[in-house]
Design a protein around this ligand. Structure first.
Ligand SMILES: Nc1ncnc2c1ncn2[C@@H]1O[C@H](COP(=O)(O)OP(=O)(O)OP(=O)(O)O)[C@@H](O)[C@H]1O
Length: 578
């Protein structure tokens, strides 16, 4: 239990002092609460001795009032502090996770689904946010209050003090066993919750496919099954700790009864005055009340420990730019030196050598699945290569800090992701400090100003999640405006094949022309016109560069490029259009 408490304090980070304050004020509040006991003792002594002086009555009332006011003030401060700690420590962790994910190799996301990460950031950290500080405050406050009352019992009668202490020891032992039991089932419950987030996300994201194929029933059954599993795991945890909750409750009742019986017995034996006997009878009900609250928190504490471990596990994932430095490239060149790359065991690129000179256009063509996108992703270090080296501006990509590398590269892909934010902020993603005028200028050059102005709130229109409220062509032009604003010297571009109607195509081409002026362009090319004007063409087939040269050089030699030209239509899986 102590380990988990330490874990929560560490997790509180900068708010650790505030967490200590929350616990401490709860403790002071508990002491104020225990003062009621003293007031009661004064009243009882006076009643039994028939000495009701004004001083005694007002003294007892004063203590009672002090106890209530003190407790209220402490409760107010403690609750405020625990709420603030809960919110801030989890907000801090969410930001840290977000930052770290940017530097984690893409391979991590292959193995760990979106649902698992979403589960950690929402449900798992949500549990910590709502319960961690409150749990500690109740736990410490409860235990300390009980010990304070136990001390009073010792002062009044050491025999009863010893009895109540034995009760506390038995109660704590039962709590410890229950905590161990819940520890075993906690991670399984956590996993089930992650799976639940995963399957709900998949259900929602895949809704259009599900509807198109009429699979609503099957899909609903899958989600239902995961919900049931999550529910069963949660119930299993409850059933494991339930008998121990019963035992703890039994301990409280038995020891309360024993204190009462012993008090009466001591009174009849003549070893305890009547006023103390009545006081002890009342105390027997009070002493374990806070202990019970604290004990009930111990199972929750175990669950929180598992939640914190899950959230902290993300800190253990090695990041990519640990050895990186803030570097300035010598020029806008890109070089591949004998590069080899595999996804897991599957080799995708083999012995790739490319020299891309500054401010030239390189067109990459090849059949579907030949490795074109992967090759482009490697320049931006989405993944690390297993063999050879990639240099940007004369430096190996690993020598750059990721941010410093990405300052030099703009990427425009067919799958454009827009954030659920205003259009202005989506464009500003390319350069957060840009002014509205600069955003508009970039949008005009990317041919999107007009359609943006036609939207209800213009640049302040919030686009749906992933840009779902815009057409494919509009999304792509916004991503070009984003890249224009960034104005990086190297542009990696996947030429559009889909989602572009003839009207849109003209505008899109104008946007691309604006983006690629005086830049080093590496383009996955689908159109003959683009390929024809490139300074060099790389023909990729099954992870190898099978042809390399200009259009004039390659057009005459037999091979994939020749086939591509002759066919002038869909060939070996590529789409060709003039
Ligand atoms: N994240 C990934 N994990 C595992 N395999 C992948 C991943 N991304 C791509 N692949 C595989 O690597 C191979 C090359 O994919 P890549 O996307 O680079 O090809 P491409 O030439 O761009 O294809 P297309 O023209 O169809 O977009 C494909 O067989 C693909 O299935």
């Amino acid at each position: 239990m102590l380990q988990i408490i330490k874990k929560i304090f560490n997790f509180a980070g900068k708010k650790r002092e505030l967490l200590k304050k929350a616990v401490l004020t709860a403790f002071v509040g508990a002491i104020f609460g225990a003062l009621q006991f003293a007031a009661l003792m004064i009243v009882l002594d006076a009643v039994i001795a028939k000495e009701y002086t004004v001083a005694v009555i007002f003294g007892a009332l004063g203590i009672m009032l002090l106890s209530i006011i003190g407790r209220l003030i402490c409760m107010y401060h403690s609750t405020n502090a625990e709420t603030e700690v809960g919110y801030f420590m989890v907000a801090q962790k969410r930001i840290e996770i977000g930052d770290r994910l940017r530097y984690i190799p893409m391979g991590y996301f292959n193995k760990n689904s979106l649902g698992a990460i979403t589960g950690v950031v929402t449900t798992t950290l949500g549990d910590v946010e709502n319960s961690a500080a409150r749990c500690l405050v109740t736990l410490f406050g409860g235990f300390l209050n009980t010990f304070a009352l136990c001390l009073m019992l010792f002062i009044v009668d050491w025999r009863l003090g010893l009895l109540s202490l034995t009760g506390i020891a038995v109660y704590l032992s039962a709590t410890e066993i229950s905590t161990r039991k819940s520890k075993a089932t906690g991670p399984a419950r956590q996993k089930a919750q992650e799976q639940l987030s995963e399957s709900v996300l998949e259900y929602v994201q895949g809704m259009s496919v599900v509807k198109a194929y009429g699979l609503e029933k099957d899909n609903r059954q899958t989600v239902q099954k995961t919900i049931e599993e999550s529910c069963n795991k949660a119930l299993k945890l409850e059933y494991t700790v339930l008998p121990w909750s019963g035992i703890r409750q039994g301990v409280v009742w038995i020891f309360s009864l024993l204190i009462g019986i012993c008090s009466v017995m001591f009174y009849f034996q003549g070893s305890m005055p009547l006023s103390r006997c009545i006081l002890m009878l009342i105390a027997s009900f009070m002493i374990y009340r806070e202990l019970e609250n604290a004990g009930n928190m111990s199972d929750l504490l175990q669950m929180l420990g598992a939640s914190i471990d899950t959230a902290n596990a993300i800190d253990g994932i090695p990041i990519m730019d640990e050895k990186g430095a803030e570097l300035a490239p010598q020029d806008a060149s890109v070089t591949f030196k004998d590069v080899e790359f595999s996804y897991e065991e599957r080799k995708i690129l083999d012995h790739i050598n490319i020299e891309i000179k500054p401010q030239t256009t390189t067109a990459i063509v090849g059949p579907s699945g030949s490795g074109k996108t992967t090759l482009c992703h490697l320049i931006a270090r989405f993944w690390d290569v297993q063999g050879g080296q990639i240099l940007v501006g004369g430096h190996p990509v690993q020598e750059y800090k990721l941010d410093s590398l990405m300052k030099n590269i703009s990427m425009v892909f067919q799958n454009v992701y827009l954030f659920q934010d205003t259009i202005e902020n989506n464009i500003k993603f390319g350069r957060p400090d840009a002014t509205r005028e600069e955003v508009e200028a970039a949008a005009k050059r990317a041919c999107c100003h007009e359609f943006i102005m036609a939207l209800p709130d213009g640049y302040d229109t919030v686009v749906g999640e992933a840009g779902g409220t815009l057409s494919g062509g509009e999304r792509q032009r916004i991503s070009i405006a984003r890249a224009l604003l960034k104005d990086a010297p190297i542009v990696i571009l996947d030429e559009a094949t889909a989602s572009v109607d003839p009207e849109n195509e003209k505008e899109l081409q104008e946007a691309i022309d604006a983006l690629t002026q005086n830049k080093t362009i590496i383009m996955i090319a689908h159109r003959l016109k683009t390929v024809r004007h490139a300074n060099q063409i790389l023909v990729l087939d099954n992870g190898h560069i099978v042809q390399q040269g200009t259009h004039e050089e390659l057009a005459g030699e037999p091979g994939l490029y020749y086939d591509f030209l002759n066919a002038r239509k869909e060939a070996v899986g590529w789409k060709v259009s003039r």
